[in-house]
Design a protein around this ligand. Structure first.
Ligand SMILES: [Cu+2]
Ligand SMILES: [Zn+2]
Length: 99
């Protein structure tokens, strides 16, 4: 049986280029030179359920114009909300461009 629910780190990264293996997305998007997890693009964890996920949340950190054309990245592991520069969240397993 697969685990019912797993947590995956989710961030807005600087660049909207999802060319596999997602190594062109840059660092976590941040407006001011903050540290993780205070980057502008540090988001709530995604809860995966047997290969599927859906989420919705409020976030006052970002405005729509500043994130258009950037990317949302899902990582293989949870974000520890501590380790610099990106929360020790493992590899990038999903990428989408914000339009
Ligand atoms: Cu990330
Ligand atoms: Zn971050």
């Amino acid at each position: 049986m697969p685990k019912a629910t797993n947590f995956y780190a989710m961030h807005i990264h600087e660049n909207g280029d999802c060319t596999i293996p997602f190594d062109k997305v840059g660092e976590h998007y941040t407006r001011d030179k903050e540290q993780h997890p205070q980057h502008t693009g540090d988001l709530v964890p995604l809860m995966g359920n047997q290969g599927y996920a859906w989420t919705v949340f409020y976030d006052k950190r970002v405005t729509i114009p500043e994130i258009k054309g950037r990317s949302v990245i899902i990582h293989a592991m949870p974000d520890d909300f501590m380790t610099q520069p990106s929360g020790n969240a493992g590899g990038k397993i999903g990428c989408g461009i914000i339009r």
